[in-house]
Structures are given as structure tokens and as C-alpha cells.
Design a protein around this ligand. Structure first.
Ligand SMILES: [Fe+2]
Ligand SMILES: [Fe+2]
Length: 282
């Protein structure tokens, strides 16, 4: 049974051309650096953003990178694609157009922190999935971003309900029939995102073994917990973060692995903040 927000997704605008071109690269096995460079070359704002991020402390190169081609050589195609995705998505859903600008900024910081944590987990378990892991993390709460952007009255009602009824966030979402996972999954279809990211958006709070891309979803689940534990950014959910023991077990993690990852993520705070500021700057 579709909730009313899922039905409302069809009224959410389609993606800007550049953003759908970048997303199309995620779908194509054979896409190349040339395809990406051609997209960037047609968008002055995007190319300056790529250079700003490539020269930021997030990557920490000692020499200045002056051209997009050099940036692709230095950072690699997938990394540049991720920067482009982050820059154009955060430009399209920019906090300045949200009713609650501060909350939207913090939600993007939460998303970037989860993206970074997903990479830390992938480095440990399967480094070949690093870039997909970053994208999954960046997109995991897109349902929330879109609810905040296009349904601000309902998001205000959700906050109100949590206060008046003293309900946990996820309970209040259910009571109002606005589960952000379901909304995210519908959005993935609406925007034709690769199916693994729709699964991450739909199931990161409760990964189940029937998923086609279980690992990616499970990484986002643990990364979300880590990001909320270090308190960088804000997902809008004020409840105490919890992580599934079943998921940890399936990934082969114990609590000491979790606290080690948490410490590493905490150490990356300054570079994540710099990436966030660079991506949001106009
Ligand atoms: Fe979430
Ligand atoms: Fe989250």
C-alpha cells in the first residue's frame, strides 16, 4: 500500500539535465572519464566546484590542481563523479530554498558524514566498492531531504507530533504515514536511480537478508549509526541511535570494530566539514 507521500512523489520536479547525465554515468558499466569531462566542460559552475573540492583539505594535495583533467588524473574518475554528484545534488536541493535552512544544511552534513563512514567501512570490507559506498551514503536519507523541500508543512507536523505525543521519530513517521525510506525508494524510481541506491534509501533502517544489495544497505545502516554517534550534522531524528546486532554480525563486526570506526570517523570531522562547506558554497 503506497503512502500519500509516495503518491505525491510524481509531482516532485524532474532532475536538472546535468544531474541526470551524471546519474546516467552510474548506470553505465562502460562510462569513462571522457564522458564525465564532457559533462563538466558544459557547466562552468560545476567545473569550478570540482576544482574547489579537489583543492580542499578533504583530499589534501600539496600542489594546486588547476584543470578538471588534472583533477581526474589525481583523484580518479569515480571520485570526481562523486564530487559532481554531491555538488549538483546539493545545488539542486540547496538549503537556501528550504523553509528550515539550518535543518537542511545539517541534513546534508549528516548525509556527507554517512557517505564518508560508508567509505571507511568499504575500505575495511571491500575497497573495490568505495565509490558506490560513498554514493549510497550520500543518498541514504534523500527521502528526508525531499520531504523537507517539498512537504514542509508535513515535516513541521511530524515535529509537532513528536513533542505533543512524546513519540519517537520513527513512530511519528509511521503515525503520519510518511516513512522517509518509502519516500526515498519511490524517489529512486521517479528519478530512475540505479536500483542499489533505491534499496539503500528504502531499507537502511532495517536491512533484511532478502535485499539484492544487502552489503551496501548494511554499510549505510552502520554508517548512519556512526554519524549519529559522533553527532556530526543532524538527520532530524533526535532519538538515541541504535545499530542492529544482526547486521553487525553479518558484516563480521563486533563492538570494538564499531568503536574503532567511530574513532576514525571522528578524526575526519574537519575534512568532512570542509567538504560540506565547499559543496554548499554558491
Ligand atoms: Fe534514514
Ligand atoms: Fe541518516
Amino acid at each position: 500500500m503506497q503512502n500519500r507521500f509516495v503518491r505525491g512523489i510524481r509531482y516532485v520536479p524532474t532532475l536538472p539535465t546535468v544531474l541526470s547525465q551524471i546519474l546516467a554515468l552510474l548506470n553505465k558499466e562502460t562510462s569513462s572519464a571522457q564522458d564525465l569531462e564532457a559533462i563538466i566542460a558544459h557547466d562552468q559552475a560545476l567545473s569550478s566546484k570540482v576544482l574547489a573540492v579537489a583543492n580542499s583539505a578533504y583530499y589534501g594535495f600539496r600542489h594546486q590542481i588547476l584543470t578538471v583533467t588534472r583533477a581526474v588524473v589525481a583523484l580518479g574518475y569515480e571520485e570526481i563523479r562523486n564530487i559532481c554528484l554531491g555538488a549538483s545534488l546539493m545545488g539542486f536541493l540547496h538549503p537556501s530554498s528550504f523553509r528550515n535552512q539550518k535543518a537542511a544544511e545539517l541534513l546534508w552534513l549528516h548525509s556527507l558524514t554517512v557517505a564518508d563512514a560508508c567509505m571507511l567501512i568499504s575500505d575495511r570490507l571491500d575497497p573495490s566498492q568505495r565509490d558506490t559506498a560513498f554514493t549510497g551514503g550520500l543518498l541514504h536519507d534523500l527521502g528526508k531531504v525531499v520531504l523537507a523541500a517539498f512537504f514542509p508543512d508535513e515535516v513541521a507536523a511530524l515535529k509537532e507530533l513528536m513533542t505533543t505525543e512524546n513519540l519517537p521519530y520513527r513512530e511519528a513517521e509511521k503515525a503520519l504515514d510518511m516513512d522517509h525510506g518509502q519516500v526515498g525508494e519511490a524517489l529512486g524510481m521517479h528519478w530512475d536511480l540505479p536500483s542499489q541506491f533505491s534499496e539503500v534509501m528504502g531499507h537502511h533502517h532495517m536491512p533484511h537478508s532478502g535485499l539484492l544489495h544487502y552489503n551496501l544497505v548494511a554499510w549505510a545502516h552502520v554508517a548512519d549509526y556512526l554519524a549519529r554517534r559522533i553527532g556530526l550534522g543532524h538527520s532530524g531524528n533526535p532519538d538515541r541511535p541504535e545499530v542492529s546486532k544482526v547486521v553487525l554480525g553479518k558484516l563480521g563486526f563486533d563492538m570494538s570494530t564499531v568503536s574503532e570506526l567511530r574513532g576514525r570517523l571522528d578524526g575526519r570531522r574537519p575534512v568532512i566539514i570542509e567538504l560540506w562547506q565547499t559543496l554548499l558554497r554558491g
